[in-house]
Design a protein around this ligand. Structure first.
Ligand SMILES: *[C@@H]1O[C@H](CO)[C@@H](O)[C@H](O)[C@H]1NC(C)=O
Ligand SMILES: *[C@@H]1O[C@H](CO)[C@@H](O)[C@H](O)[C@H]1NC(C)=O
Length: 216
């Protein structure tokens, strides 16, 4: 099956989901100031999602923990979540680290799906660090643009070293959001009191934060 066919097929099946997913007008925000002198080595360790924003309004990434892992083939990001309060799941992506140290916070995540047509096997999404002090908070966002309907999708993670983020850190963490047009009032606070999964998945699952599989 050709890539075009595949895209059309996905598009036909997913007409509603494209419209539901990309809701913000125009392209992704440009000229965004990210964290300066980003130090990846200090980003290791557990990060709890303490607040999040998903521009499509979906709450699909509850009780999420992000953590970098080093493997012989590179550095990977493990992001877990709890679905419906019961199912513990995780997705793993490879981290694409910019060669230019000055642009260290312009990370990307890469998902590989061997079952997809060749040109769609590798999916890349931005995973840009807007701000972090490494010890308390980190603000990360991704943006996905659809040229077809000229709209974009944004997901913001306000990450915290503890499930609860202190107020000072929250203020610092949310400050850069205005650059990408996200109103901090629209952040959703994660409820960590209902994160006790009964079932654990051993294998990789599709992420819910980098949802749209093909660039259309
Ligand atoms: C990913 O992280 C979750 C916990 O956050 C853990 O249960 C799971 O085993 C990790 N996956 C891998 C492959 O390390
Ligand atoms: C995530 O949590 C919200 C609020 O508690 C709930 O409405 C939603 O169904 C949850 N989503 C999933 C996928 O568990």
């Amino acid at each position: 099956m050709s890539v075009i066919m595949y895209k059309l097929l996905i598009f036909a099946f997913c007409f509603n989901c494209v419209y539901g997913y990309f809701t913000l007008r125009g392209r992704c925000p440009e000229k965004v100031d990210l964290q300066e002198n980003f130090r990846l080595a200090d980003f290791y360790g557990k990060w709890y999602q303490s607040y999040h924003y998903s521009s499509d309004g979906q709450q699909m990434n509850n009780c999420s923990v992000s953590e970098l892992m080093t493997r012989p083939s590179g550095i990977y990001l493990n992001q877990s979540r709890v679905d419906r309060g019961l199912f513990h799941r995780f997705s793993i992506s490879k981290l694409d680290i910019p060669a230019d140290i000055e642009k260290g916070s312009q990370l990307r995540v890469i998902f590989n799906n061997k079952n997809a047509p060749r040109r769609l096997q590798t999916r890349k999404y931005p995973f840009h660090v807007l701000a972090t002090n490494y010890n308390y908070y980190a603000t990360v966002y991704t943006c996905n643009y659809s040229p077809l309907i000229d709209k974009h999708f944004i997901y913001v993670w306000i990450l915290s070293r503890n499930p609860v983020l202190n107020e000072v850190s929250k203020t610092l963490a949310t400050k850069p959001l205005q650059q990408i047009g996200v109103d901090p009032a629209h952040l959703v606070k994660d409820d960590w009191s209902r994160c006790t999964p009964k079932y654990y998945t051993e294998e990789w699952v599709e992420p819910t934060t980098f949802r749209f599989p093909v660039p259309i």
